[in-house]
Design a protein around this ligand. Structure first.
Ligand code: PEP
Ligand code: MG
Length: 747
């Protein structure tokens, strides 16, 4: 056996490249490759196994094993030594393969006569594609140089598999990026959409993994790294110094960009025959493999940074990435690892759907997606690796499922679902201008939640009577600096104009907890949802609250104005906030500005404590709005953003409904206007129950108004209340079962 040196591996790569340059169909290419590897490495056998589907490997080409076994021999992930390499992503190098744990005898291949086994995973950036194996009769371990040479070949094979080089006549396997894949994530925003993939950061395609001239590649790499260092320094210089987290990430970037070890490893790979971009990607693959097994969040974060940095370097080297010249496909569905709210707003309503690998239900991106009513699925792991620009994709926001390159049966089922939704929309449109009057003659006021100027057209389209909750924090979240009073006043004024006389309830800034402003010093709090947030910030640092109240008064410019304070936990917080409004009014009067002809000041009831506030609170407050999302999380002590617990307690839980009923009773006793504006208001069954226990007003996403109204117009609230009370008397945990049955039987 020839000694594999660096030159040997380069020679092997050169032969590989020449083979790839020849005109050949997929299978023929693979056959040639296995032949030349066995020849170069001096082994009797070289075989390539590729994934047929997620769980099955197939022998796709071999030199040395029985040719009849090609496309016949299959194994499941984890089965035999080959399956073990595929499952673990780890190399197996053995002088006595039959003695290895998990060895499986495959008579059709005649492999029992081979003692030595070297199996290398074929993977690209942690994505498993197959296994490359060499075997020989002589019982020996393969040297580290040999292992390295084969690793490099495996990487080149991975690139080729990705590029679909092996697809074609005679090849049984579809290219990786032509197969249908389904992703199971989490619902961020309901709704169904189909369209074409638009990658927020497009995937870099490497077409030249093997290079002719290492000197040239070294120069390219060094120039690109220099360029990268300059860019990182520029980013650091331009970063807002208050943002600790961003500074930390950039410092980590700088450290990696200047790391001698990182550069040296890539230079060594080039010395062994790889192109500059293939060397960068090899390092990136190593980092990703490490990332997969490390659980420490800090270390994972740093490896993530290294991964990002490698992406940047690849973009510099290949000139790909800015999507310059690339046209957004029709019906674009945005795919990203994560995205900030401002970037998402830049895309605006041109997007039909959004799929993220990370994100959380309460993230800013999710808030914006919800405000734009764009179906959103989060936690769709690995989708940025699988999807290519232009791929056909279907997003099922209701189930949190994404179908990439779906096959015909899925497409047909999905189209039916969309058609059904369209039919339902038609039905809702027909009752748009009718009131939500129930069979027992009670009329519920349906309002919409909003947060962007872009939401306002929905006011007419949805049939909402007004805006029951205008979340003002979005305007603060999507900027890089604190908005000025005049900007806010102009915006609020446009909102009032667009509402055309309908009531708009502006909620003052609700920041803290999950909503952290990019330009405010972040507070490290052990429990941010229970921490310094919303009105607590407003009262402790009243500058912003005052500015916002003035902006609202100026925007109203004499018109009626409704304002509410979020997260009020006790009477005194409300009186203090109300006093700020009175001061603002007095100031405006002195300045000679118009004062609203009618002003209402309310509070959000989001903590159980406020339900037990003294009577004078209920008498003083002009109206109350129940923030069911927060109220429920505090009632059950179950974090609304924690996937493990957030669905654990039913909103139709009898104890919770009883609590809400008590709030209704207190408001009725003091004649205080009451509404409910959490997400549950937009769910038809929940909405019907809320109405049944006496909630007079419900505020929800515009798209929910139709479905909720349609149900309300078909129920008798007195009967439904009876069902709820019977369930309580029986001691049921939730009224859902009984209510669903009642509604199924005609309400
Ligand atoms: C709520 O808590 O129910 C609410 C409407 O406010 P947000 O979702 O913005 O916290
Ligand atoms: Mg809230």
């Amino acid at each position: 056996m020839p000694e594999q040196t660096e030159t040997e591996s380069r020679k092997l790569l050169r032969r590989l490249r020449d083979t790839m340059a020849e005109e050949a169909a997929g299978q023929e290419r693979l056959d040639k490759i296995t032949h030349l590897i066995a020849d170069s490495m001096g082994t009797e056998v070289c075989s390539v196994y590729l994934f047929r589907d997620e769980e099955t490997l197939e022998l796709c080409a071999t030199e040395g094993l029985n040719p009849q076994a090609v496309h016949e021999t299959r194994m499941r992930l984890g089965e035999g030594l080959v399956g073990r390499v595929a499952r673990t992503g780890k190399i197996i190098n053995s002088a006595d393969a039959p003695k290895e744990k998990g060895f499986r005898y495959m008579p059709e291949t005649g492999e029992e006569i081979y003692s030595s086994f070297l199996g290398i995973p074929v993977q690209r950036l942690g994505e498993k594609l197959g296994v490359l194996v060499v075997q020989s009769k002589e019982a020996r371990l393969f040297s580290s140089d040999e292992v390295y040479a084969l690793e490099v070949v495996a990487m080149v094979l991975a690139e080729m598999t990705e590029l679909g080089v092996f697809v074609g006549e005679g090849a049984a396997l579809k290219a990786r990026h032509q197969q249908a894949v389904m992703f199971r994530g989490t619902t961020g925003q309901e709704g169904a959409a189909q369209g074409h993939v638009w990658l927020h950061e497009p995937r870099v395609v490497i077409t030249n993994p093997v290079a002719e001239d290492p000197e040239k590649e070294l120069t390219r790499l060094r120039e690109a790294v220099d360029d990268l260092r300059v860019r990182v320094d520029e980013m650091l210089a331009g970063a807002p110094s208050g943002d600790k987290e961003q500074m930390e990430v950039l410092e980590a970037y700088r450290m990696f960009a200047n790391s001698k070890g990182w550069l040296r490893r890539m230079e060594e790979d080039i010395g062994r025959g790889l192109s500059a971009e293939a060397a960068v990607e090899k390092e990136q693959s190593t980092a990703r493999a490490r990332m997969a097994v490390i659980s420490d969040p800090y270390l994972r974060g740093r490896l993530h940074d290294l991964d990002d940095l490698s992406n940047r370097l690849l973009r510099i080297l290949t000139g790909q990435g800015a999507q310059t010249g690339a046209e957004m496909p029709p019906d674009p569905i945005l795919i990203a690892r994560n995205i900030g709210p401002a970037e998402l707003l830049d895309y605006g309503r041109s997007l039909k759907g959004i799929v993220l690998e990370e994100g959380s239900v309460g993230s800013h991106a999710a808030i914006v997606a919800r405000a734009l009513a764009i179906p959103l699925v989060i936690h769709a792991e690995r989708i940025t690796t699988e999807a290519l620009n232009g791929d056909h994709i279907m997003v099922d926001g209701d189930q949190g499922v994404v179908h990439l390159r779906p096959d015909e049966t899925v497409v047909a089922a999905f189209r039916d679902k969309i058609a059904m939704q369209a039919k339902a929309q038609e039905r809702y449109a027909s009752i748009r201008d009718k009131p939500a009057t129930t069979l027992c003659g009670k009329t519920i006021s349906l309002q919409m939640n909003a947060g962007l100027m872009a939401d306002l057209p929905s006011l007419d389209g949805s049939g909402a009577e007004g805006v029951g909750l205008f979340r003002t924090e979005l305007q603060f979240l999507v900027r890089n600096q604190m908005p000025r009073r005049s900007e806010l006043a102009a915006l609020y004024s446009r909102v009032l104009e667009a509402a055309n006389g309908k009531r708009v309830v502006f909620r003052t800034l609700d920041i803290g907890s999950d909503k952290v402003l990019p330009y405010m010093k972040p507070n490290d709090e052990p429990n941010p949802a229970l921490g310094w947030r919303a009105i607590r910030v407003g009262l402790d640092k009243p500058g912003v609250l005052r500015m916002q109240l003035q902006a609202l008064l100026r925007a109203a410019n004499g018109r009626p104005l409704s304002v509410m304070f979020p997260f009020v936990a006790q009477y005194e917080e409300f009186t203090a906030a109300r006093a700020e409004m009175d001061k603002a009014l007095a100031r405006e009067r002195i300045l000679g500005h118009a004062i609203p002809e009618h002003i209402e000041v309310g509070a959000m009831l989001e903590t159980p404590s406020l339900a037990f506030a003294p009577d004078k609170f209920f008498e003083m407050v002009d109206f109350l709005s129940i923030g069911g999302n927060d109220l429920k999380q505090f009632f059950f002590a179950a974090d609304r953003e924690n996937e493990r617990v957030r669905r654990r307690y039913d909103s139709l839980n009898v104890s919770f409904l009883t609590f809400l009923e008590q709030i209704v009773a207190r408001c009725a006793a003091s004649n205080t206007a009451l509404s409910f504006c959490g997400e549950d208001a937009g769910r038809p069954v929940e909405a019907a129950c809320l109405a049944a226990i006496g909630m007079p007003t419900l505020s929800m996403r515009p798209a929910s108004i139709g479905p909720v109204k349609s149900v309300l117009r078909r129920v008798n609230l007195d009967a439904l209340r009876g069902v709820i009370h019977d369930a309580r008397d029986r001691g049921d945990m939730s009224v859902r079962g009984a209510v669903m049955e009642h509604l199924r039987n005609g309400g």
